[in-house]
Design a protein around this ligand. Sequence first.
Ligand code: P6P
Length: 333
Amino acid sequence: MRLNQVISLSQFIADQQSKHKEATGDLSKIFRDIKFAAKIVNRDVRKAGLVDILGAFGTVNVQGEEVKKLDMLANEEFKSSLTLGGDCCAIISEEEEDIHHIETTLNVNSKYIIAMDPLDGSSNIDVNASIGTIFSVYKRISPVGGPVTMGDVLQKGINQVAAGYIIYGSSTMMVFTTGNGVNAFTLDASIGDFCLSHPDIKIPEDGNIYSINDGIYDRMEPGVQHYVDYCRNSTTKETYSARYIGSMVADFHRNMLKGGIFMYPATTDAPKGKLRLMFESNPMAFITEQAGGKATTGHVRILEIQPTEIHQRNPVFMGSTHMVEKVEEFMKQ
Ligand code: P6P
């Protein structure tokens, strides 16, 4: 691809910013910081296979340094980049119990809050399966300059200013929305930048891929079991394929491009499901809806849920609209 055909992530963000006269450029700087950390995490993830050289978690490597688990490393990388960038006043992370307040002179006067799962699916690293970073951007509600409150971080998903993920797969891609559709950028290591590769992604209304952990079938509610049975016994005209690798970003990304439904239902032993509202469900639901799909708990729109706890969980059904509506029908019966 000739250089003059490439739209870099930085250029795209600058173009988007120019369309909003009121934009201050702070959100563009948040994306700058996320992009920087993503490139560092990408480098570390790609080295993970060299654990014998680098040393496994909890050991001391050949340089005499403590080796951190990659998800903890990713958490530190994103926190560090967002702190140094100066435009984020607080972070909530799947890796941390409470709000991480950023109170440097610059950051304390910024208006953006980040919710992130720094490295989702990290149990897949050892088997070299795709993993990802998931993030949401919110504007604080309480006055800038004061302490960030729980009300600032526990906002409904409809309040997201932006949401995205980075997938560390056969290629490294950054996929995000700022409320004007979904665009994907692929990292070109030779120039060290993300380049627009999938403009204006739309999820097909129908699909034939259903993604769910079949191993929890017996613990699912009957309506979800009936939908899985429906997919398994599909007639010749609607042949379904089961695709599930146990890494949400990878399963979600495939379904978004090809059409399909990703499900993590409530079970008898986990009545709220497994996935976290603030770090997985809300960002992926925002992206889903912006790409023309549907994202619910099987009963209510995910983006309308009023959070009450940082780490709360919820059942997840998201992807092709007609497939989500179909499972909701079974769940109503
Ligand atoms: P299970 C990874 O641990 C994760 O949070 C998501 O990325 C993934 O979709 C889900 O859990 C897999 O969970 O119970 O099917 O292994």
